[in-house]
Design a protein around this ligand. Structure first.
Ligand SMILES: NC(=O)c1ccc[n+]([C@@H]2O[C@H](COP(=O)([O-])OP(=O)(O)OC[C@H]3O[C@@H](n4cnc5c(N)ncnc54)[C@H](O)[C@@H]3O)[C@@H](O)[C@H]2O)c1
Ligand SMILES: O=c1ccn([C@@H]2O[C@H](COP(=O)(O)OP(=O)(O)O[C@H]3O[C@H](CO)[C@@H](O)[C@H](O)[C@H]3O)[C@@H](O)[C@H]2O)c(=O)[nH]1
Length: 435
């Protein structure tokens, strides 16, 4: 099938590449000329495991092409995916200017039947708005489909190629058949393509993300309570998670959820509710608890240094909002860095993939180093913000010998408390105290 994907960020580029991998002819359109030129030169502009191999293979096969010219993309395709940003607006709602702007251009330029597929995360009723915007500019036939994306950064290629489910919202039989034909190769294992109306599809995405954010937040509150009463949240987590009704996943406490989706999507659903006088009380609490959770380790670090962090060096392992990505949007590390800098601390940081993005944001406000042990040379404490695999089994003797003081604040509960105490570390984690 001839496909065009508009927007080549984490979702658009993965979508375009994976659709090409299944034999479709794909054009990816982006307004960022520099990004398009880099991709034309064979460079993957984001870090996403396994994407590079598929990217190269499909470019070589001639199935994956890039342009800044939307009209070229529209002429090429039967199906046009919108993978555009829907950032948080000032009032918490999702800003639809990118989606509706492109919808207007589509209306102005299509000359034959198209299926316009919205993959961006958008509030209930957006498909109707997209449809009205296109219809106001053309008399050509078209259908608008809501097809929310559930991929996780770091696993995006796998999630796209082998989805647990595909949700498609459409009221058009013609569009449903096309979407079924397009997605059939991705669900050969038997996982479902779930067809529904557009509004339900749009809400499914917000409901799923808000539920997962709530699950994490609930565990963060349990963890904070464990800390007070002397229980161990990791034991509680395993005790709870083995109940299949609860499930083992997304129960890991930490320094808050971040990323480009959960923070903005929880707020957008909350705002959509407000707009129709429906109060999502639970989401109010989720936002509030998560805000506090992002800096929950700060008072403990500050107390350790007697309330004076001036001139102290704190090393940070992990800057990305989660492992296996270079994405730093709403990363808890950034909130901790802000607090520590405000208090006068110096920061030495290491992350396997995200340092360049942090450098662009913070410049030389913090020091970036090339490896995890360089970060801990002559440092006063180590703070772990992201659970990259390489941080899981460090050489503790080496660490201890290098550090001015053997002090670790672990925002991701990577190590065994008793082992750390035996090894002579002062070790603070989330929701666990040494017995
Ligand atoms: N990142 C994720 O893991 C993820 C997962 C599921 C859903 N989503 C949703 O998908 C959407 C896209 O997210 P993302 O993370 O890929 O965004 P992103 O910011 O990484 O990428 C968006 C791209 O769109 C381009 N763009 C902006 N305006 C354009 C225009 N007029 N024409 C062409 N290109 C344009 C930008 O240059 C950028 O390359 C959002 O609604 C997001 O909520 C994201
Ligand atoms: O037990 C857990 C699981 C996750 N997190 C945090 O939650 C955030 C989000 O993690 P994750 O969901 O793995 O990453 P995303 O790539 O943001 O993916 C989410 O957001 C995407 C964008 O909407 C959706 O497509 C995915 O289904 C949804 O999982 C990160 O800060 C994690 O550190 C925890 O604190 N504890």
């Amino acid at each position: 099938m001839n496909i065009t994907v508009v927007g080549t960020g984490y979702v658009g580029l993965v979508t375009g590449t994976c659709l090409a991998e299944n034999g479709n002819n794909v054009i990816c359109v982006d307004i960022d000329e520099n990004k398009v030129n880099r991709m034309k030169n064979g460079e993957v502009p984001i870090y996403e495991p396994h994407l590079d191999v598929l990217f190269e293979r499909n470019i070589e096969a001639g199935r994956l092409n890039f342009t800044t010219n939307l009209i070229q993309g529209l002429d090429h395709a039967e199906v046009i995916f919108l993978a555009l940003p829907t950032p948080e607006d000032e009032d918490g709602s999702a800003d639809l200017k990118y989606v509706l702007g492109v919808a207007q251009e589509i209306g102005q330029h299509i000359t034959d039947y198209k299926v316009i597929v919205d993959k961006s995360t958008v509030p209930v009723g957006t498909a109707e708005k997209v449809e009205a915007t296109i219809a106001a500019n053309t008399s050509t036939e078209f259908d608008v489909v809501s097809n929310p994306e559930f991929l996780r950064e770091g696993f995006a290629v796998d999630d796209f190629l082998k989805p647990e489910r595909i949700v498609v919202g459409t009221s058009s039989q013609r569009a449903e058949e096309i979407m079924h034909r397009l997605y059939k190769p991705f669900v050969r294992s038997g996982n479902p393509i779930i067809f529904m109306d557009e509004k339900s599809a749009e809400l499914t995405k917000y409901a799923a993300n808000s539920f997962l954010a709530t699950k994490i937040t609930f565990m963060n509150e349990i963890a904070n309570y464990c800390q007070i009463v002397g229980a161990d949240v990791d034991k509680v987590r395993i005790g709870m998670g083995t109940d299949s009704r609860i499930g083992k996943r997304f129960l890991f406490p930490g320094i808050g959820y971040g990323g480009s989706c959960f923070p903005k999507d929880v707020k957008a659903l909350h705002k959509s509710g407000q707009d129709v006088n429906h109060k999502f009380k639970i989401l109010d609490a989720v936002v509030e608890v998560n805000e506090a959770q992002k800096t929950i380790l700060f008072p403990q670090i500050n107390n350790h240094f007697g309330g004076n962090l001036k001139g102290k060096t704190i090393s940070i392992w992990g800057l990305a909002f989660k492992p296996e990505t270079d994405d730093i949007r709403e990363a808890p590390s950034l909130y901790m860095i802000e607090k520590l800098l405000e208090a006068g601390a110096k920061i030495k940081a290491f992350d396997p993939e995200a340092m360049e993005n942090v450098k662009q944001k913070l410049g030389d406000k913090i020091q970036f180093v090339d490896n995890m042990y360089e970060a801990t040379q002559n440092t006063d404490a180590l703070l772990i913000c992201t659970e990259w695999s390489i941080f899981r089994t460090p050489n503790f003797s080496k660490l201890k010998a290098q550090m001015n003081d053997a002090v670790i604040f672990d925002g991701r509960n990577l190590y065994d408390i008793d082992e750390m105490t035996e090894a002579g570390f002062k070790y603070t984690s989330i929701g666990r105290t040494a017995v």
